[in-house]
Design a protein around this ligand. Structure first.
Ligand SMILES: Nc1ncnc2c1ncn2[C@@H]1O[C@H](COP(=O)(O)OP(=O)(O)OP(=O)(O)O)[C@@H](O)[C@H]1O
Ligand SMILES: [Mg+2]
Length: 244
Protein backbone atom coordinates (compact mmCIF):
# COMPACT_ATOMS: atom_id res chain seq x y z
CA UNK A 1 0.00 0.00 0.00
CA UNK A 2 1.38 3.36 -0.97
CA UNK A 3 0.94 6.26 1.44
CA UNK A 4 1.68 9.85 0.66
CA UNK A 5 1.42 12.61 3.25
CA UNK A 6 1.57 15.99 1.62
CA UNK A 7 2.35 18.86 4.01
CA UNK A 8 0.08 17.65 6.78
CA UNK A 9 -0.46 20.24 9.49
CA UNK A 10 -2.92 20.20 12.36
CA UNK A 11 -3.93 22.98 14.70
CA UNK A 12 -6.11 22.67 17.79
CA UNK A 13 -7.51 26.04 18.85
CA UNK A 14 -4.62 27.87 17.27
CA UNK A 15 -1.93 25.56 18.65
CA UNK A 16 0.00 23.75 15.97
CA UNK A 17 0.52 20.09 16.89
CA UNK A 18 1.65 18.80 13.49
CA UNK A 19 3.74 20.86 11.12
CA UNK A 20 4.20 20.16 7.43
CA UNK A 21 4.58 16.40 7.71
CA UNK A 22 5.60 14.88 4.37
CA UNK A 23 6.12 11.25 3.47
CA UNK A 24 5.80 9.07 0.39
CA UNK A 25 6.46 5.36 0.66
CA UNK A 26 5.14 1.84 0.49
CA UNK A 27 3.75 0.88 3.88
CA UNK A 28 4.45 -2.58 5.23
CA UNK A 29 5.23 -2.52 8.92
CA UNK A 30 5.73 1.04 10.08
CA UNK A 31 6.35 2.23 13.63
CA UNK A 32 5.68 5.83 14.67
CA UNK A 33 7.75 6.81 17.67
CA UNK A 34 8.45 10.02 19.54
CA UNK A 35 8.06 11.68 22.93
CA UNK A 36 4.68 12.13 24.57
CA UNK A 37 2.76 14.98 22.96
CA UNK A 38 4.80 14.90 19.75
CA UNK A 39 1.68 14.30 17.63
CA UNK A 40 1.80 10.52 17.05
CA UNK A 41 -1.86 9.84 17.83
CA UNK A 42 -2.93 12.92 15.88
CA UNK A 43 -1.03 11.76 12.80
CA UNK A 44 -2.40 8.21 13.08
CA UNK A 45 -5.95 9.54 13.41
CA UNK A 46 -5.49 11.72 10.33
CA UNK A 47 -4.18 8.75 8.33
CA UNK A 48 -7.13 6.71 9.61
CA UNK A 49 -9.73 9.26 8.55
CA UNK A 50 -10.76 9.91 12.15
CA UNK A 51 -9.49 13.48 12.14
CA UNK A 52 -9.19 16.00 9.34
CA UNK A 53 -5.87 17.75 8.78
CA UNK A 54 -5.93 21.55 9.02
CA UNK A 55 -3.75 21.67 5.94
CA UNK A 56 -2.36 19.18 3.49
CA UNK A 57 -3.57 15.96 1.90
CA UNK A 58 -3.31 12.23 2.42
CA UNK A 59 -3.08 9.93 -0.60
CA UNK A 60 -3.57 6.18 -0.40
CA UNK A 61 -2.52 4.23 -3.46
CA UNK A 62 -2.61 7.44 -5.44
CA UNK A 63 -6.10 8.58 -4.50
CA UNK A 64 -6.67 11.51 -2.23
CA UNK A 65 -8.53 10.81 1.02
CA UNK A 66 -11.74 12.81 1.01
CA UNK A 67 -12.59 13.97 4.53
CA UNK A 68 -16.18 14.91 3.77
CA UNK A 69 -18.59 13.13 6.10
CA UNK A 70 -20.32 11.15 3.35
CA UNK A 71 -17.04 9.76 1.97
CA UNK A 72 -15.28 8.86 5.20
CA UNK A 73 -17.29 5.74 6.19
CA UNK A 74 -16.21 4.01 2.98
CA UNK A 75 -12.55 4.93 3.55
CA UNK A 76 -12.63 3.86 7.20
CA UNK A 77 -14.28 0.54 6.32
CA UNK A 78 -11.11 -0.40 4.43
CA UNK A 79 -8.97 0.00 7.55
CA UNK A 80 -8.64 -1.77 10.89
CA UNK A 81 -8.15 0.03 14.19
CA UNK A 82 -6.78 -1.00 17.57
CA UNK A 83 -6.56 1.54 20.36
CA UNK A 84 -4.74 1.64 23.66
CA UNK A 85 -7.63 0.17 25.63
CA UNK A 86 -11.40 0.02 25.89
CA UNK A 87 -11.69 -0.36 22.15
CA UNK A 88 -14.23 -3.19 22.38
CA UNK A 89 -17.99 -2.76 22.69
CA UNK A 90 -18.36 -3.45 26.40
CA UNK A 91 -21.89 -4.87 26.17
CA UNK A 92 -21.00 -7.46 23.50
CA UNK A 93 -19.20 -10.81 23.84
CA UNK A 94 -15.78 -11.19 22.23
CA UNK A 95 -17.45 -13.21 19.47
CA UNK A 96 -20.05 -10.53 18.75
CA UNK A 97 -17.40 -7.80 18.89
CA UNK A 98 -15.81 -9.53 15.92
CA UNK A 99 -18.98 -10.58 14.11
CA UNK A 100 -21.18 -7.50 14.43
CA UNK A 101 -19.03 -5.00 12.49
CA UNK A 102 -18.78 -7.57 9.71
CA UNK A 103 -22.56 -7.56 9.48
CA UNK A 104 -23.21 -3.87 10.01
CA UNK A 105 -20.27 -2.30 8.18
CA UNK A 106 -19.48 -4.93 5.58
CA UNK A 107 -22.85 -6.52 4.89
CA UNK A 108 -21.73 -10.06 5.72
CA UNK A 109 -24.57 -12.45 6.67
CA UNK A 110 -25.00 -13.33 10.34
CA UNK A 111 -24.12 -16.97 9.72
CA UNK A 112 -20.94 -16.20 7.82
CA UNK A 113 -19.86 -13.50 10.26
CA UNK A 114 -20.18 -15.95 13.17
CA UNK A 115 -18.18 -18.56 11.27
CA UNK A 116 -15.45 -16.03 10.56
CA UNK A 117 -15.50 -14.89 14.20
CA UNK A 118 -15.04 -18.49 15.34
CA UNK A 119 -12.01 -18.96 13.07
CA UNK A 120 -10.49 -15.74 14.37
CA UNK A 121 -11.12 -16.70 18.00
CA UNK A 122 -9.26 -19.94 17.31
CA UNK A 123 -6.42 -18.18 15.54
CA UNK A 124 -5.97 -15.69 18.38
CA UNK A 125 -6.11 -18.26 21.18
CA UNK A 126 -9.54 -17.18 22.40
CA UNK A 127 -11.63 -20.32 21.82
CA UNK A 128 -12.75 -20.44 25.44
CA UNK A 129 -13.37 -16.71 25.71
CA UNK A 130 -15.77 -16.22 22.81
CA UNK A 131 -18.86 -15.75 24.93
CA UNK A 132 -17.27 -13.58 27.58
CA UNK A 133 -17.80 -9.83 27.80
CA UNK A 134 -14.69 -7.61 27.54
CA UNK A 135 -14.76 -6.98 31.31
CA UNK A 136 -14.42 -10.75 31.85
CA UNK A 137 -11.24 -10.93 29.74
CA UNK A 138 -7.66 -10.17 30.74
CA UNK A 139 -6.08 -7.08 29.21
CA UNK A 140 -4.07 -9.24 26.82
CA UNK A 141 -7.15 -11.20 25.78
CA UNK A 142 -9.06 -7.95 25.20
CA UNK A 143 -6.33 -6.66 22.91
CA UNK A 144 -6.17 -9.96 21.05
CA UNK A 145 -9.92 -9.76 20.52
CA UNK A 146 -9.48 -6.16 19.33
CA UNK A 147 -6.83 -7.35 16.87
CA UNK A 148 -9.11 -10.15 15.67
CA UNK A 149 -11.85 -7.60 15.08
CA UNK A 150 -9.48 -5.23 13.31
CA UNK A 151 -8.41 -7.80 10.73
CA UNK A 152 -11.77 -9.59 10.34
CA UNK A 153 -12.69 -7.78 7.13
CA UNK A 154 -9.19 -8.07 5.59
CA UNK A 155 -8.37 -4.36 5.78
CA UNK A 156 -5.69 -2.93 3.54
CA UNK A 157 -4.01 -1.37 6.57
CA UNK A 158 -4.32 -1.78 10.35
CA UNK A 159 -3.68 1.23 12.59
CA UNK A 160 -2.54 0.50 16.12
CA UNK A 161 -2.22 3.24 18.73
CA UNK A 162 -0.13 1.99 21.66
CA UNK A 163 -1.97 -1.34 21.74
CA UNK A 164 0.11 -2.60 24.67
CA UNK A 165 0.62 0.48 26.80
CA UNK A 166 -2.11 -0.43 29.28
CA UNK A 167 -0.87 -4.00 29.71
CA UNK A 168 1.38 -5.78 32.18
CA UNK A 169 4.72 -6.86 30.67
CA UNK A 170 3.59 -10.47 30.36
CA UNK A 171 0.56 -9.51 28.27
CA UNK A 172 2.56 -6.93 26.34
CA UNK A 173 4.78 -9.62 24.89
CA UNK A 174 1.82 -11.84 24.14
CA UNK A 175 0.11 -9.08 22.13
CA UNK A 176 3.33 -7.99 20.40
CA UNK A 177 3.87 -11.61 19.33
CA UNK A 178 0.43 -11.65 17.76
CA UNK A 179 1.09 -8.39 15.88
CA UNK A 180 4.46 -9.72 14.74
CA UNK A 181 2.76 -12.88 13.44
CA UNK A 182 0.19 -10.77 11.59
CA UNK A 183 3.01 -8.82 9.96
CA UNK A 184 4.60 -12.07 8.83
CA UNK A 185 1.37 -13.09 7.10
CA UNK A 186 1.51 -9.89 5.05
CA UNK A 187 -0.88 -7.72 7.04
CA UNK A 188 0.23 -4.11 6.72
CA UNK A 189 0.20 -1.97 9.81
CA UNK A 190 1.20 1.36 11.28
CA UNK A 191 1.84 1.15 15.00
CA UNK A 192 2.38 3.97 17.47
CA UNK A 193 4.49 2.40 20.18
CA UNK A 194 6.94 2.97 22.97
CA UNK A 195 8.11 -0.65 22.67
CA UNK A 196 11.44 0.05 21.05
CA UNK A 197 12.47 -3.60 20.72
CA UNK A 198 9.35 -4.18 18.68
CA UNK A 199 9.90 -1.03 16.59
CA UNK A 200 13.43 -2.12 15.89
CA UNK A 201 12.98 -5.81 15.16
CA UNK A 202 9.39 -6.32 14.03
CA UNK A 203 8.92 -3.16 11.94
CA UNK A 204 10.64 -2.44 8.67
CA UNK A 205 10.37 1.33 8.80
CA UNK A 206 10.39 3.96 11.50
CA UNK A 207 9.00 7.47 11.61
CA UNK A 208 10.25 9.77 14.36
CA UNK A 209 8.03 12.67 15.36
CA UNK A 210 9.30 15.43 17.59
CA UNK A 211 7.33 18.54 18.51
CA UNK A 212 4.89 17.92 15.66
CA UNK A 213 7.57 17.56 13.02
CA UNK A 214 8.77 14.51 11.16
CA UNK A 215 12.45 14.62 12.03
CA UNK A 216 13.54 11.24 10.68
CA UNK A 217 12.14 8.52 8.50
CA UNK A 218 13.84 5.41 7.22
CA UNK A 219 14.44 1.75 7.84
CA UNK A 220 14.29 0.76 11.50
CA UNK A 221 17.83 -0.55 11.40
CA UNK A 222 19.20 2.68 9.89
CA UNK A 223 17.47 4.91 12.44
CA UNK A 224 18.48 2.80 15.41
CA UNK A 225 22.05 2.30 14.29
CA UNK A 226 22.63 5.75 12.94
CA UNK A 227 20.24 8.41 14.24
CA UNK A 228 21.08 11.65 12.44
CA UNK A 229 19.35 14.19 14.65
CA UNK A 230 20.30 15.05 18.20
CA UNK A 231 16.63 14.65 19.14
CA UNK A 232 16.49 11.02 18.01
CA UNK A 233 19.87 10.29 19.57
CA UNK A 234 18.60 11.67 22.88
CA UNK A 235 15.25 9.90 22.56
CA UNK A 236 16.93 6.53 22.01
CA UNK A 237 19.52 6.93 24.74
CA UNK A 238 16.82 8.02 27.20
CA UNK A 239 14.94 4.81 26.46
CA UNK A 240 18.00 2.67 26.96
CA UNK A 241 18.73 4.28 30.32
CA UNK A 242 16.39 1.99 32.30
CA UNK A 243 16.89 -1.15 30.33
CA UNK A 244 18.02 -4.18 32.30
N1 LIG B 1 -8.59 17.15 20.52
C1 LIG B 1 -7.57 17.90 20.92
N2 LIG B 1 -7.75 19.19 21.27
C2 LIG B 1 -6.72 19.97 21.66
N3 LIG B 1 -5.44 19.56 21.71
C3 LIG B 1 -5.18 18.29 21.38
C4 LIG B 1 -6.23 17.38 20.96
N4 LIG B 1 -5.65 16.18 20.67
C5 LIG B 1 -4.33 16.33 20.91
N5 LIG B 1 -4.04 17.59 21.32
C6 LIG B 1 -2.70 18.09 21.63
O1 LIG B 1 -1.87 17.80 20.53
C7 LIG B 1 -0.56 17.42 20.96
C8 LIG B 1 -0.22 16.08 20.35
O2 LIG B 1 -1.08 15.10 20.90
P1 LIG B 1 -1.00 13.58 20.51
O3 LIG B 1 -2.09 12.89 21.27
O4 LIG B 1 -1.03 13.44 19.04
O5 LIG B 1 0.42 13.18 21.08
P2 LIG B 1 1.13 11.77 21.21
O6 LIG B 1 2.44 11.87 20.53
O7 LIG B 1 0.20 10.70 20.76
O8 LIG B 1 1.40 11.64 22.78
P3 LIG B 1 1.34 10.35 23.77
O9 LIG B 1 2.64 9.59 23.55
O10 LIG B 1 1.30 10.95 25.13
O11 LIG B 1 0.11 9.56 23.42
C9 LIG B 1 -0.60 17.43 22.48
O12 LIG B 1 -0.02 18.63 22.92
C10 LIG B 1 -2.06 17.39 22.80
O13 LIG B 1 -2.32 18.05 24.01
MG1 LIG C 1 -0.79 9.13 21.70
Amino acid sequence: MHLRLENISKHFNGTEVLRQVCLADEIGKLAIVGPSGSGKTTLLRIIGGLLQPSEGHVFVDGSRVDYSENKLPHYRAGLGYVFQQNGLFHHLSARKNIALPLQVVHGVSEEESLERAQLLLERFGLVHEGDKLPAQLSGGQQQRAALARAIAASPKLVLLDEPTSALDPEYTNEVLDVINDLGKTGIRFIIVTHEMGFARHACDNLLFLYGGELLEYGTSSALFENPRTLQLQRFLSKLLEWRV
